[in-house]
Design a protein around this ligand. Structure first.
Ligand SMILES: Cc1ncc(COP(=O)(O)O)c(C=O)c1O
Length: 456
């Protein structure tokens, strides 16, 4: 097709220029037949123009296929929907921008990039996961249209699932801990899903939000038959890992290649572990020298699991626990069990290079710092991620490039993480002078650094 169009364009252009020369000669001779030649010349020129236009369109399509030139449009075809669904809201999932954080890059002497997942239509990194989980379940018959998809989640996955369910003709039920920011349950309900806010209890308890969600799916199957209830199970469902491997990781990789840069490290905090495992596996596969680090909020046991081989946090010690599940203002990240998605990181030799601990005070301060100096208005897990990106950059030294994720926007966290009243009640207020100066990261604890991963 392309070769044919190229020939048409060349023939058209050559013929029109020959005719133009001939026409000019005839006009000089004052011949009336010049009018006839003029009409043909105009026709050929228009034809050549149309052929050239077609050719350039065909070239654009080819570039989409090779996934480089128009990488963002093509990169997440497996997270965004194909075919008929491309025109609806699901087609807008993925292909988020990778932004360089100017303030942190200047202060570390490294390039610090953040993948702006808050720009997904459902507002978070979980849109990709929800879409892949639901699409897989529909494809393999575990879920049928008209059925209910259920999930136990601190919020973001619930919002994304509620959105995806509506767009795919499904019902949605979400169980979440009652200490999660209220705006998340309001959002889930806005999509027409049902929310049950439950008391935060141990995963071993039958009323842990994950167990409640699993039970609701089983109840729906018992009542209506196979496929009418499906527990999304983002923690153990490897479609979660797959979504990030196929899309988030691939997009970052293509974006860096387009910029002619090499990524030295990727770091992010884990809730289910899907993002770190999926993106990590993809980036490592494309460039084995890229190092993968875990960021961990206070109270979570993953840091110890990665750096010492055992899952234990001081806050877990008898008599020290202040509230369940653990003491942090951050939401969606940190966990005290090893999920199937996280196991991929632990079971792949050389996958994870180390871990970084981040305190709530540092996360709150970082969110205020990048809002003031970079115009980035981020949520709590994104703030943990940016603190860890700085630590990884400082650990690697100047001249490196580090990437992390902005999982959701600060708008999801107005009643807690972005509420001065809430922060002051929890002794987390930030002193303005610490974050107003763009030339110093004085709000970070200098004694905390990257700890290498435990190896047997
Ligand atoms: C806001 C937010 N950020 C980050 C994460 C962590 O991502 P992952 O579950 O892929 O580890 C979650 C998980 O629920 C989340 O809700």
């Amino acid at each position: 097709m392309n070769a044919w169009l190229t020939s048409c364009a060349r023939v058209g252009i050559t013929t029109s220029s020959l005719l133009r020369t001939r026409f000019e000669r005839m006009r000089e001779r004052g011949l009336a037949a010049a009018h006839a030649y003029a009409s043909v010349a105009v026709g050929v020129v228009v034809g050549a123009y149309l052929a050239t236009w077609w050719l350039s369109r065909a070239r654009d399509d080819d570039a989409d296929d090779d996934g480089v030139r128009n990488a963002p449009q093509n990169a997440s075809t497996s997270a965004s929907s194909r075919g008929a669904e491309d025109a609806d809201v699901l087609g807008a999932i993925g292909n988020t921008p990778l932004t360089r954080v100017a303030s942190l890059s200047a202060l570390t002497g490294c390039d610090i990039y953040v993948k702006c997942e808050f720009l997904n239509p459902g507002g978070s990194v979980k849109d990709r996961v929800a879409l892949t989980i639901v699409r897989n379940a529909l494809e393999n018959g575990s879920l049928v249209r008209g059925g209910v998809v259920t999930e136990g989640t601190a919020g973001s996955t619930g919002v994304s699932l509620a959105m995806v369910a509506k767009a795919m003709g499904l019902k949605c039920f979400v169980a979440m801990p009652d200490d999660a920011a209220l705006e998340k349950s309001v959002l889930v309900e806005a999509y027409g899903a049902t929310v049950e806010r439950v008391r935060p209890v141990s995963i071993a308890h039958r009323d842990h939000f994950v167990n409640v969600a699993r039970r609701r799916a089983n109840d729906a199957v018992a009542e209506h038959g196979k496929g009418y209830g499906y527990f999304a199970d983002q923690f153990e469902n490897l479609a979660n890992f797959q979504a990030h491997y196929d899309t988030t990781g691939r997009e970052i990789s293509i974006d860096m290649r387009t910029r002619k840069k090499t990524l030295d490290a990727f770091v992010c905090a884990c809730g289910t572990g899907g993002t770190l495992a999926g993106v990590g596996a993809r980036l490592k596969e494309e460039n084995p020298a890229c190092q993968i680090f875990l960021a961990d909020p206070q109270g979570s046991g993953l840091f110890n699991r990665v750096t010492r081989g055992v899952m234990y946090d001081a806050a877990e010690a008898e008599g020290k626990r202040l509230k369940n599940p653990f003491d942090t203002v951050t939401e969606g990240v940190g966990i005290n069990r090893v999920t199937e998605n996280f196991k991929i990181l632990l079971n792949t030799p050389g996958m994870i290079s180390g871990a970084v601990k981040v305190s709530d005070t540092e996360a709150v301060a970082m969110s205020r710092f990048v809002a003031r100096h970079d115009g980035l208005f981020i949520g709590s897990s994104s703030a943990v991620n940016l603190v860890s990106a700085v630590r990884v950059a400082q650990f690697l030294g100047r001249g490196h490039s580090v990437c992390t994720i902005a999982c959701d926007s600060g708008l999801r966290h107005m009643t807690k993480f972005w509420s001065d009243e809430y922060l002051s009640a929890h002794n987390l207020s930030v002193r303005a002078e610490l974050v107003n100066d763009a030339h110093t990261l004085a709000f970070l604890d200098r004694d905390v650094t990257v700890t290498p991963a435990f190896s047997r």
